[in-house]
Ligand binder design. Sequence first.
Ligand code: PLP
Length: 395
Amino acid sequence: MPRWIYLDNNATTVVDARVLEKMMPFLTHEFANANSTHRFGVHAYEAVKSARVQVAGLIGAEAHEIVFTSGSTEAINLAIKGVAENYRSKGKHIVTVSTEHRAVLDTCQYLETKGFEVTYLSVKSDGLIDMDELKTVLRDDTILVSVMLANNETGVIQPIKEIAELSHGAGALFMTDATQAVGKIGVNVDGPGIDLLCLSGHKLYAPKGVGALYVRQRTNRVKIPALLHGGGQEKGLRSGTLNVPGIVALGEACAIAKKGLSNDAEYIGKLRDYLENELLKMEGTCVNGNTSSRLFNTSNMLFRGADSDAIIMGLSNPENNLPLIAVSNGSACTSASIEPSHVLTAMGLDEVAAFSSIRFSIGKFNTKREIEIVVQAVKGVVDKLRDMIIDNEQR
Ligand code: PLP
């Protein structure tokens, strides 16, 4: 039996062996600085150039529209702070959603301290935004609308085409945090009219510490200033010696994802549906969030009467004589806090329900056998926790 059954792929993924193989030379003998002018450096530069084409290719962009960053958090900061700075003469109003990742929310909150006004859209109980609310909050001085494509906790997919259209109608730029979507579902920046998009390597089987920002250049050119100043890399938008191994890895991961999108969707989708249907047979269990507009790999489930931290501990208890199981109860970035998930509470769940919810996020290396083991383990752990509550109440 495997030691770990890893169902926390929205937190991070393992590096695909093919990706590792491709990046390895750039960690060892091909270690040159991509900005060095000798042949050794030129070779690294060429590798970065190919990776840029691969990343652009996955999202329907052109290579010159890709800026490599350390991940999505940096890309989000670069984009939102950049738009705020460059378009402030047009207005100081930004629209986002209460269920965004903290990288977006905290950046917006920071801008509020600098005199910007931010509207945080609410979501309906299924996690989708209300388009009528969006229409009413858009104003002449709105400079940016930032709505994530797929939610990291629930997998709920927002209708970004309509959102982008409304944003553009109001003269605002449209940005999407596509960190959880890119590599899982087909994303084309031209379809919905995306002006800025961020993605992250470690969510699509590349290593941590590399990501990218897409900045529209072909039509409706977006101009943003740099966040990091220095050597002028990435056309001056992101100074700092290029992370060549990471960038090569990201490029390869994007190329692999592009080829595998539909197969992954079918294979992983079946595993997720099996897991969910089996667990829904338990009483007091339901799915959080819209189930038709949702990532195929994610299931956020509420187990009434069972505390999610206790479920997580129970599933990774070595005394169970089962493989250890990794699941989560929210975003890994905020799991150190004892607040209930801001995503689930924004959807109307009370604190107890939010603290009784578990996110399962399946990846391409999971197997049916693993999911069968997880079903049995979750049933066992949840039943035990519920029995403990009944015992306590009877005492
Ligand atoms: N946005 C979303 C939706 C995420 O899920 C994450 C990571 O959990 C981030 C942004 C931050 O990405 P990174 O870890 O690359 O900074």
